[in-house]
Design a protein around this ligand. Sequence first.
Ligand SMILES: [Zn+2]
Ligand SMILES: [Zn+2]
Length: 353
Amino acid sequence: MITELKRFAAVTLFLFVGFSVNASSGIFSANNEKKISTESGKYRIYDPYAKSQKLTLKGQMHCHTTNSDGKLAPLELCKRYQSIGFDFMTITDHEYITPEPAGNELIWIGNSYENTNGNTPTTSAANYAHICVYDTDSMLLAPNYTKYRSYKTINEVQQFHEVERNEMINLCHPNWSGFYLPDSTMLNCNGHFSFVECWNDGAANDSMKLRTCCRGWDLLLSRGLRVYSLGVDDYHSGNSIGEGWVEVFSNSKSKKTIMNSLSKGNYVAANGKLGINPIVLKSIQLKKNTLHVNIGSPATIRFIGRNGKILKQEDSVTASNYSITGNELYVRVEVWSGVYAKWLQPYFIEKIR
Ligand SMILES: [Zn+2]
Ligand SMILES: [Zn+2]
């Protein structure tokens, strides 16, 4: 059954698919769009944070239970997230849709699963694709996972979902256990994903910094694709819970408003320990063509553009700003305090002909 929300998600995904985006609809809506003139021409900027919201809600969008290779039962996992202050969640078991467990008290943002098609990163190095499919009633691929062994490329999997056009999808862990998707794979990837992970806690075990997957995100963004990023736990077992999540700015504690904010990029990705990250974002504002970021205590604020280039960085500051010239294609912000980070969603910049 296609719900109202699904139609909304379908429209969103459709807009991601065609990246000459109509200014009057959807993601590039009047609410989020701002026109500027600079010396180099006229531009419009898509501001994911243009709409101010009352609440900040913490959520998990990639985790596993005993329905695949996780150690905790679904309700136990929900209770663990509740105990460390999460507000919403979904469960993404491999090739299995885990429904909301009875007794769950967190906001449930719909049923989801992780589509692996039997791929593991080490067996199909150049092409593996793990994709989380959100708010879905049906398994779109790999109906018989245990027998399914024909490896599917990112493009094949993405195209399948694109044809369906009724799902929000996430390209999981561009790096995983020290293995990195080759640049060529990201450069050849046709994928117009809703999300790509910028932080996956299961992605590497040696150093927290290696768990960032931002290189893949920047490669997609630099090709003009409008893709947001997620911080996730990819939780399976042990105490490494609450080490990657999203903080969604929302007007109410409902699935509908959370999904709406996620589809517009009105959220940040974060890492941390047991759901705690010391970085406090006080304000994120675009005034004229200048992006202002204010934080609670001194940290590094970094503005990043095309090809992952650092446009500006200030260390040990509580505020920084960057004036958009119009030629950046996108500008995104990272705030770092030691091993802790928060990743803002991109400001998309498009020339007006
Ligand atoms: Zn995976
Ligand atoms: Zn996973």
